[in-house]
Design a protein. Structure first.
Length: 252
């Protein structure tokens, strides 16, 4: 098990892709702090993990709020004694409240809302966990961006800007903390089908697939292996990088 005895904080961990990350990390031997605003879903996941013999902690956290983030890190350390891995997965997208519009028609409040979760939230989580990683001179940080950071998309400037900011922030942070043996990388998923497939429109089912080298839909499980790699010793000499996992839509 590549993550045996490691402690991971995963934000947005209770549902969808975050749930897949959580279960994958548990299978690899990690202890997981399930940080999410959906407390009920987080508790249900914790119970499912307990049935497998895994160990998890539920922390209700809005990553755009400093006090929630600091509490998340403190609770994790109180329970497990350390934080080895931070996976910044929480974010806003179409199915969780981000609203599409032309830039010149976009409500400034909508812009601020998306940036506060997708970019500022990543900053706050890194800020809270880094003193502990620096003290131990060890750590893995995985910031989840999007392939859209490289592609762009219509009527979604706030989302694209937030994810592009995550890629750039990751590079800057990797420079700052490399001397402390801390790796900081970005995982950039393509359009991923999560939740109930029956609830997805035909347009959502087909998005990106024609332009992908691999002609199929992407699912949360397709991202888990890359996340585990970035969290494990296998990636010890990799930092400041952006790995795109989208079936070959974006190639760089």
């Amino acid at each position: 098990m590549r993550l045996k005895d490691k402690v991971a904080i995963i934000t947005g961990a209770a549902e969808g892709i975050g749930r897949a990350y959580s279960l994958g990390f548990i299978r690899e031997g990690a202890k997981v702090a399930i940080a999410d605003i959906n407390y009920r879903a987080a508790v249900e996941l914790e119970q499912a993990i307990a049935k497998t013999g895994g160990e998890a902690l539920v922390v209700r956290a809005d990553v755009s709020k400093l006090e929630d983030v600091e509490n998340m890190v403190q609770k994790t350390i109180e329970r497990f004694g350390q934080v080895d891995i931070l996976l910044n997965n929480a974010g806003m997208y179409l199915r969780n409240r981000a609203v599409r519009s032309n830039t010149w028609e976009m409500d400034p409040g909508e812009w601020e809302k998306v940036i506060s979760v997708n970019l500022t939230g990543v900053f706050l989580c890194c800020r809270a966990v880094l003193p502990h990683m620096i003290k131990r001179k060890s750590g893995k940080i995985i910031n989840v961006a999007s392939s859209l950071a490289f592609l762009g998309t219509l009527q979604f400037a706030h989302y694209v800007a937030s994810k592009g900011g995550v890629v750039s922030f990751t590079r800057a942070l990797a420079r700052e903390v490399g001397e402390y043996n801390i790796n900081v990388n970005t995982l950039c998923p393509g359009y991923t089908l999560s939740g109930d497939p029956k609830a997805l429109t035909e347009q959502e089912r087909l998005i990106e697939i024609p332009s992908r080298a691999l002609k199929r839909a992407e699912y949360p499980e397709d991202l888990v292996g890359t996340a585990i790699y970035l969290a494990s010793p296998d990636s010890d000499m990799m930092t400041g990088q952006a790995l795109v996992v989208d079936g070959g839509n974006i190639m760089h």
